[in-house]
Design a protein around this ligand. Structure first.
Ligand code: ADP
Ligand code: ZN
Length: 732
């Protein structure tokens, strides 16, 4: 991997990939001192200076006298051959132009700035003489970010104060001001510190993974085990082996709120904090992370999916925790699935991939069945904890007034927990107060002005919110259609409404609501999660957010308000998603010494998916689901691409869709079929009309090349946008 990059003498022609949306490399002359392939450079483009990477020799098909020189080589480790290959193949796979891939790989401010010193601010030793609101905010921000350093501007902005407030605190010693090199290496992690003593299953798994790492070759392992079985402990041992061998490791988590707990575990295991990479870290830290990953000054990165595009020197291991999680699919801009791209990157870098989950995606399950992935299984929960008993509450037998959602049986179960001093979780995957607001006089339902979607009442915000575009408006007092007064009524439950009901049912209980929109920042959410985990609530009401790996040791009851909710869609993964979600949610209960139960409210307890969830026959469920997909020729047994055309003009979107469907020659040649055009399920978002086409092909068909040829035949009007989603996960 460490072959010497080829070098270009000063004045030699080089081809540069820039971050600008151009469809080719640009020729430049190598600067004074020459440059290496992979060098990050600044080049002139018209009147501007833009970022680029030396991709190879220039093409020389351009008037040599007009060719300009590279302005300068930036102070950043050159992009490795491995990374250039990865970006190229990821671009081919996702049909993304290379400049957009390069933008993904350079998401760091000032990455080419020379090394220098600058002032950074941290929490100081003393208390200020006088506390003001502004001062308190500064100190809170510093505490919240747990020792991370800020620049003056960042700190003032995050705390919402002027920089003089910070300076005042510096004078008093409450905030420390230090000169620091802009980018320091991260503290060393020590893999030789003792890990937890592993159980038989765990030790065997850890050893198999360590052996795979020692092979120095590519491989993917599906690490399957119920929540609490010790998957994290096991993959931390794989990280240890990777570090021992001097290679870098990357752990992807589906959600920032989970990182705090994980960072603590890393610190306990390796004696220092790893590098964080996600939207919650400051720009200063982001730049440092990017640079240090590139220079080898960061051994372990913990982060969100975009960390996959960091310039690792020698990546030896990628862990994808909760690999089935839908947040690994990026749904705007470059449409990529971090799980699949991790496998691609690892195969190029001769690295190992670990996919950890209690409920793997069907794709991964099939790959493990066929032997493409190695399969490791942790069969039991660690220690005394057991998987909760799951049973259904048949809602057809429950006496429940309309506009009430907690059945008498579930109420009784919650009461039992309250008396025992244990926690209950009421799970409902719907944000806000009510999904629909209807006029009782004329039947009008309040919809978004820009989208083909109903607006959701958020009583906490006192507004109606469109979950598609984020548009909000105050709750009207008269019906916008018939102008009747006081006739608007909520229909159906959201978590806020469930909160109201729970507060009435259990007036003495402490109730907490966990829903992504109720927290201003990931940090605030994280703090709330920790508070709940330590027992600050008796009843937790939550959306999907709570299903993602949080640890609530006092929780012994999970009540699913509407287990049928996910089964209604026509999405090909509806069954799989419901199965995963229900098992994940149920896994929140009984994680410590106390056993838990999960109760699923359902109107169709005989539905095959509900039955599979209750019976716990996971393998049976997956086999049945796989057989169905196989029969239908859909992923993972066939290939799919979703095409969305959007335009302010509905007719135009349909016309282009029609033209595409007629010009299907390139697709037919590979045996693929095109379906549509049809109005998208959400036919308008942000004022743009949306039309979908779907392409299906056999698993081995060269789909991307055919798609590229196909769309290239049609000239697209200026305000029409076309996006191609390979292996789509959502079909809205
Ligand atoms: P998973 O990732 O499968 O959900 P974890 O690795 O988080 O499971 O383990 C669940 C809990 O049990 C954690 O608190 C973990 O520290 C603890 N645990 C798991 N295995 C061991 C072990 N061998 N020794 C001590 N504690 C363990
Ligand atoms: Zn909208």
């Amino acid at each position: 991997m460490s072959e010497l990059p080829s070098h270009f003498e000063e004045g030699a022609l080089v081809g540069v990939l820039t971050t600008q949306p151009l469809d080719r490399l640009l020729d430049y002359k190598a600067p004074e001192g020459g440059c290496f392939v992979g060098a990050f450079v600044e080049v002139p483009l018209g009147p501007r200076k833009v970022l680029g990477v030396v991709w190879g020799p220039g093409r020389g098909d351009f008037d040599i006298s007009k060719i300009r020189s590279v302005i300068r080589v930036l102070d950043a480790a050159p992009m490795l051959d491995e990374m250039r290959q990865f970006l190229g193949r990821a671009a081919d796979y996702t049909l993304t132009p290379m400049p957009a891939m390069l933008r993904l790989a350079t998401r760091s401010p000032g990455l080419g700035d020379p090394p220098s010193m600058r002032k950074v601010y941290r929490l100081g030793q003393s208390e200020p003489d006088r506390m003001t609101d502004a001062r308190r905010r500064v100190l809170e921000v510093l505490k919240e970010y747990g020792g991370l350093s800020f620049t003056l501007g960042e700190l003032a902005e995050t705390a919402g104060v002027t920089s003089s407030v910070v300076k005042g605190l510096v004078k008093q010693g409450a905030v420390s001001e230090e000169e620091s090199p802009r980018d320091l290496p991260y503290p060393l992690l020590d893999p030789e510190l003792p890990g937890k003593e592993l159980t038989g299953d765990q030790a065997a798994g850890a050893e198999a993974l360590a052996a795979a790492i020692r092979s120095g070759a590519y491989g993917t392992t599906l690490l399957k085990g119920v929540t609490g079985s010790g998957k994290t402990e096991v993959y931390l041992e794989a990280v240890a082996e990777c570090l021992r061998r001097g290679r870098q490791a990357l752990v992807l988590l589906p959600e920032i709120a989970l990182t705090a707990e994980f960072l603590k575990r890393v610190e306990a295991r390796f004696g220092a904090m790893p590098t964080e990479w996600h939207s919650g870290v400051t720009m200063t830290e982001r730049r440092r992370a990017w640079k240090m990953v590139g220079e080898g000054g960061a051994q372990l990165v913990v982060g969100a999916r975009s960390a996959l595009f960091l310039p690792f020197r020698d990546l030896g291991l990628i862990v994808i925790d909760e690999e089935h999680d839908t947040s690994y699919k990026q749904e705007d801009g470059v449409l990529y699935n971090a799980r699949d791209m991790a496998v691609l990157r690892a195969s190029i870098a001769s690295a190992q991939v670990i996919l950890a989950s209690a409920t793997p995606s069907l794709e991964s399950w099939v790959n493990a069945e066929s032997g493409k992935y190695t399969r490791l299984e942790l069969k039991s929960r660690f220690g005394a904890s057991e998987l909760p008993d799951m049973s259904a509450i048949d809602m057809r037998d429950e006496e429940l007034p309309s506009s009430r959602w907690v059945s008498p049986s579930l109420q009784a179960a919650v009461r039992e927990r309250l008396e025992a001093g244990e926690q209950s979780l009421l799970f409902l995957n719907r944000r806000g107060y009510a999904p629909v607001t209807i006029c009782r006089a004329c039947g009008h339902q309040i919809a978004c002005d820009h989208c083909d979607a109903r607006m959701v009442e958020h009583r906490f915000l006192k507004r109606l919110v469109c979950h598609q575009c984020g548009e909000t408006k105050p709750m009207p007092t008269v019906c916008p259609s018939c102008e009747a007064e006081d006739k608007l009524a909520p229909v159906g439950p959201g978590v806020e409404r469930l909160h109201e009901e729970a507060a009435e049912l259990f007036p003495d209980a402490r109730i907490a609501v966990l829903s992504s929109d109720l927290f201003g920042s990931a940090r605030a959410l994280k703090a709330k999660v920790e508070e709940i985990a330590s027992g600050a609530a008796d009843i937790v009401i939550g959306t999907q957010l709570v299903a993602k790996g949080h640890n609530f040791p006092l929780l012994t009851l999970v009540g699913v308000i509407d287990a049928d909710l996910g089964l209604q869609g026509s999405d090909l993964r509806a069954a799989e998603r419901t199965f995963q979600l229900m098992r994940q949610v149920a896994g929140r209960a009984g994680r410590a010494e106390r056993a838990g139960i999960a109760l699923l409210q359902t109107f169709q307890p005989e539905h095959p998916v509900i039955r599979a969830i209750l019976s716990g026959d996971e393998e049976g469920f997956w086999r049945a689901e796989a057989a169905e997909r196989k029969a239908a020729g859909v992923p993972p047994y066939g290939r799919m691409a979703g095409i969305v055309l959007s335009s302010p003009d509905a007719q135009e979107a349909f016309d282009v869709g029609g033209a595409l469907s007629r010009a299907d020659g390139p697709l037919r040649r590979i045996g693929a079929q095109v379906y549509g055009p049809a109005p998208a399920p959400i036919a308008r978002i942000r004022g743009r009309h949306r039309v979908r086409l779907l392409v299906k092909a056999e698993k081995t068909a060269p789909l991307q090349a055919a798609l590229a040829q196909w769309v290239a035949q049609i000239r697209l009007p200026n305000n029409l946008r076309l996006s191609i989603d390979i292996d789509p996960q959502s079909f809205y």
